[in-house]
Write a protein that binds this ligand. Structure first.
Ligand code: PLP
Length: 400
């Protein structure tokens, strides 16, 4: 009998972590590599947040915390949802976890029975399907084409719903496409869900603050209040506050679900790191002055990357509304040959030849459930991005 659990055989290692590691290995061998595969801001955590953590240590806030999180953070979360999203949650409807990933995993773990279905619009963040599989559920993918700006068409959602559907996962702005839903688009999705009262919505709003131009961010419970009692609104400090290493995520939703997640978390990680929670209080309640700075930098980078990629032969790159990713198509490059005579048959071939020939590491679209595309994280300096895009232009220009 195998010692390792069968459940793990259903799970793949994260493609983004694998691509990042491959780039690291090549760098260690002395190759000149630009890695645009990692999903984290290149900015440092703002000083006011670091100081709040130091002050928490000095005050002796170093003990176990309640499983659901410290009261000041849960109160700050209630205020955040009210202030930024117009959502009225009580503190008893909130939970803090060790990163957004942990909160999502617990939500699935607390609700999935064998064979329950979770609708995941593709392209999707790599972890959703594997989390669902680990929890005994079945991911149901709905393809969202580039023509539809990688967004879920209400008719496709309707077709995917069955009596076994438990959750619809929404992620706006999206990792990997950067696409964000407008109010009207969310309303249209909500109209379908109103007809299917057994389906809950897990909305992953991790990139909420990273929207560009005049795009107006909204979340589904705000736009379709009828769904409030079956929506888990998940968010975190990792991306907008450059706090990926601090590991704080949170969510708010119906009390019955939060209670179930509390029970689970109490036998698992218990409360999140006390110091990181105090830092998150400052992130949510303190100065937001860094945000326009981050946003302006990201928007300039997005515009540079989109423009340079659209000048590359065989590449088509839509302009996404948010996050720090672009998701160009490399469909026209398929069937072409590299200088070494290798035929590019898939987006995975495309990214691996790009890495070997020009030293640019990106992630192939099929890893996110929709190709032939690739994901570029533009959380890098303008100089680095310009260099990377020039190399991509050289690579596609050399294909025959
Ligand atoms: N959701 C999405 C869409 C993400 O891209 C990520 C991180 O890459 C997460 C959740 C997880 O965030 P955290 O680092 O807080 O666990």
């Amino acid at each position: 009998m195998a010692f390792i659990a069968d459940a793990l055989s259903r799970v793949k290692p994260s493609a983004t972590i694998a691509a990042t590691q491959k780039a690291r290995d090549l760098k260690a061998q002395g190759r000149d590599i630009i890695s645009l595969s990692v999903g984290e801001p290149d900015f440092d955590t703002p000083d006011n947040i670091k100081k709040a953590a130091i002050a928490a240590i000095e005050r002796g806030e170093t003990k176990y915390t309640p499983v659901l999180g410290i009261t000041p953070l849960r109160e700050a979360i209630v205020r955040k949802f009210k202030r930024e999203n117009g959502l009225d949650y009580k503190m008893s409807q909130t939970i803090v976890g060790t990163g957004g990933k942990h909160v999502l995993f617990n939500a699935f773990m607390a609700t999935m029975n064998l064979g329950d279905e979770v609708i995941i619009p593709a392209p999707y963040w790599v972890s959703y399907p594997d989390m669902v599989l680990l929890c005994g559920g079945s991911p149901v993918f709905v393809s969202c084409s580039m023509k539809n700006n990688f967004k879920l068409a209400p008719a496709d959602l309707e077709k995917a719903i069955t009596p076994r559907t438990k959750w619809l996962v929404l992620n706006s702005p999206s990792n990997p496409s950067g696409a964000a839903y407008t109010r009207d688009e969310l309303k249209a999705v909500g109209e379908v869900l109103k007809r299917h009262p057994h389906v809950w919505v897990l909305t992953d709003d991790m990139y909420e603050h990273l929207c560009y131009g005049d795009f107006e961010y909204t979340t589904i419970a705000q736009v379709v209040p009828e769904l409030m009692d079956r929506t888990l609104t998940m968010n975190g400090v990792s991306k907008a506050y450059a706090m990926t290493g601090w590991r704080v995520g949170y969510a708010a939703g119906p009390e019955s679900l939060i209670k179930a997640m509390d029970l689970l978390q109490g036998q698992q990680t218990s409360g999140t790191c006390s110091i990181a929670q105090w830092a998150a209080v400052e992130a949510l309640d303190g100065s937001q002055a860094h945000l326009p700075v981050f946003k302006q930098a990201f928007q300039e980078r997005r515009d540079l990357v989109v423009s340079m990629l659209n000048q590359a032969r065989y590449i088509t790159c839509p302009t996404p509304e948010g996050a720090f990713y672009v998701y160009p198509s490399c469909e026209e490059a398929l069937g072409k040959k590299t200088k070494e005579g290798k035929v590019i048959a898939t987006d995975e071939d495309f990214i691996s030849e790009l890495l070997m020939s020009e030293g640019v590491a990106v992630v192939h679209g099929t890893a996110f459930g929709q190709g032939p595309n690739f994901r570029i994280s533009y959380a890098a300096s303008l100089t680095t991005l310009e260099d990377a895009c020039t190399r991509i232009q050289q690579f596609t220009g050399s294909l025959t």
